[in-house]
Design a protein around this ligand. Structure first.
Ligand code: PEP
Ligand code: MG
Length: 572
């Protein structure tokens, strides 16, 4: 039956395909004694075979998508299942204690997980997560539960889920996953950000979609306006919408090799891209970006089973800097915590993780981890212009501590005879209201600012960016936010620093005229938004954007600001 939903358009584009229901059933261990010991042992053996075959499959897919090095993790996981000691222990508990297959696997694996976790050596500590991952897969087979591997989806689908974690999103293959629709999340949740970089349409915050869909349903989603139709009454309407979207995209390609110019010839605005991995650079170049304004380095950490080494990081950063061929690349240091977790590191349990131990607070506390990254970044700067950017800076002292640590590492590298580039900038994200208000003081020390509106808005409005219940408070056009943006830009310009923005607001068509008027220098966005931004800028004069923003700063609310923008843009 046809049913319509309205959610939050999180990644542009139209998708129409069969649903793929992502619902992981809970693992419940069978604790009762078993009588038929032999069949329990066979169950363990058969399940090991199935799990191993999955891992071989995943390895093949990962080799094609991510390269051999990343694929090696699946080889390592398969070898856990080949460990004769562990497998013998599974069998022994079934034979000697009449344990069920699930109980014996869970007892043995928990013993090894605890043992590895307790080791001093970081490498062995991290193996605990691998054992957990592999034995959970095994338990799912033993218990007859569905085993979901998003990377192995091989027919066209739209995923319907409660939520997608960033690492699940990273597994998606856009050739088959045509879109996704989730109960929770909003425009600035990391699943949304990754969907945009993979160019997969997404609608989030749908609240009840997961409990409504059934196997074999057809679903249509509009990632631009958040409309979703289950079993659409007229498929043609959706097919036409999809064609229109593709046509518009084709049309914008004309802007690819054009300079970024306002209508009256101002040529100092720069359009840049946000990326999460070196793989994204091709799309950045394809979309005519003039630099990279934000490389979210944490995805290198999340897409891994250990803290990436200095060497591993150096390779990734160097690859990006080289591919960008002389254009500035701004790499943000590890911004972990909040909704971004690591499988191999236990963060403390906090009531408000977004306000807790994360980003620069974590790296300044864990200099061992920070040092590998800073050294890798400094070494990569020898291959082209590079900006190092610290996330979540709240106080001048934090910035000074991070900057000093970076300069000490630089000196150490030079003493070792290593090369560090001549064009190296050290800047910061402005995403905490305290930093925006104090921008002028920060500008004495920072080479540049990049405004992170995703967090700046969440902290200014006290509204969790992950919660669809308070999504209405994500208000980039609220005059309070515009005034904080203005304070940041003015503070930076007082000390002749360039000021950019890398939060999602920078790529929103309605925000561009306001930001131009406020004097923002660099606009960093999903690569797929760049050509549209260039086209919008080419239709506006500086003077009219300045008049617009000075009126907007004095407005009372979002609606008044948007009306001013719409009045200006309607004849463009
Ligand atoms: C931001 O907060 O605006 C930002 C760019 O960083 P992230 O979305 O990764 O928190
Ligand atoms: Mg942020």
């Amino acid at each position: 039956m046809c049913k319509k939903f309205n959610g939050i358009g999180a990644s542009n584009g139209i998708a129409l395909a069969k649903v793929y229901i992502l619902k992981e059933e809970q693992i419940i261990i069978n604790k009762s004694e078993v009588k038929d010991i032999d069949s329990e042992i066979v169950l363990v053996q058969e399940s090991i075979k199935k799990a191993k075959s999955d891992l071989q499959n995943l390895k093949k897919i990962a080799e094609e998508k991510l390269g051999e090095e990343k694929a090696a993790i699946f080889e390592a996981h398969a070898s856990i299942l080949e460990d004769p000691v562990m497998v013998e222990e599974f069998v022994a508990l079934i034979k000697e204690k009449n344990y069920s297959a699930s109980k014996s696997i869970s007892e043995v694996s928990n013993k090894y997980i605890d043992m590895f976790k307790a080791m001093d050596d970081q490498y062995f500590k991290e193996r605990a997560a691998d054992i957990k991952d592999v034995t959970e897969r095994l338990l799912r087979y033993v218990l007859g539960l569905q085993v979901l591997d998003l990377a192995t989806i091989s027919e066209e689908v739209v995923i319907v889920a409660e939520d997608l974690t960033p690492s699940q999103t990273a597994q998606l293959n856009p050739a088959f996953v045509k879109g996704f629709a989730c109960n929770v999340g909003g425009r600035t949740s990391h699943a949304a950000i990754m969907a945009r970089s993979l160019e997969i349409p997404a609608v989030l915050g749908l609240k009840t979609i997961l409990s409504t869909v059934k196997e074999n349903d057809l679903i249509a989603i509009n990632g631009s306006n958040g409309e979703v139709e289950l079993n659409p009454s007229d498929k043609n309407v959706w097919q036409e919408l999809a064609l229109k979207y593709i046509k518009e995209k084709e049309e914008l390609k004309k802007m690819k090799n054009q300079p970024t110019l306002t209508k009256d010839g101002y040529d100092k605005f720069i359009l840049e891209a946000n990326i999460g991995s070196p793989k994204d650079v091709d799309s950045v170049l394809e979309n005519g970006a003039e630099g990279i304004g934000l490389f979210r380095s944490e995805f290198l950490y999340m897409d891994n089973d250990h803290f990436p080494t200095e060497e591993e990081q150096f390779k990734s950063y160097k690859e990006v800097v080289e591919k960008m061929n002389g254009k500035l690349v701004v790499i943000r240091t590890l911004d972990i915590g909040g909704d971004k977790k690591l499988s191999y590191f236990n963060f403390p349990n906090e009531m408000n993780p977004f306000l807790g131990y994360r980003a620069i607070r974590f790296t300044l506390d864990r200099k061992d981890i920070f040092k590998d990254q800073i050294r890798a970044l400094l070494r990569a700067s020898a291959f082209g212009p590079l900006g190092i950017m610290f996330p979540m800076i709240a106080t001048v002292d934090e910035f000074l501590a991070a900057k000093k640590f970076t300069l000490d590492c630089k000196e150490e590298l030079i003493n070792e005879g290593q090369k560090v580039g001549a064009h190296l900038e050290i800047g910061m994200m402005v995403e905490i209201p305290a930093a925006a208000v104090n921008a002028e003081n920060f500008a004495k020390h920072a080479d540049f600012f990049s405004i992170g509106t995703n967090d700046l808005i969440q902290y200014s409005m006290a509204a969790d960016r992950m919660s669809e219940n308070v999504a209405y408070l994500y208000q980039p056009y609220n005059p309070s936010i515009l005034n904080l943006v203005k304070m940041t830009i003015d503070g930076g310009h007082k000390h002749k620093r360039w000021v950019g923005m890398c939060g999602e607001m920078a790529g929103e068509p309605d925000a561009l005229p306001l930001l131009m008027g406020l004097g923002l220098d660099a606009y960093s966005m999903s690569a797929t938004s760049i050509l549209k931004a260039r086209s919008i800028m080419s239709k506006l004069t500086l003077k009219e954007t300045q008049e617009l923003s000075s009126k907007a700063l004095k407005c009372e609310n979002t609606e008044e600001v948007l009306k001013l923008v719409n009045d200006l843009m309607k004849n463009k």
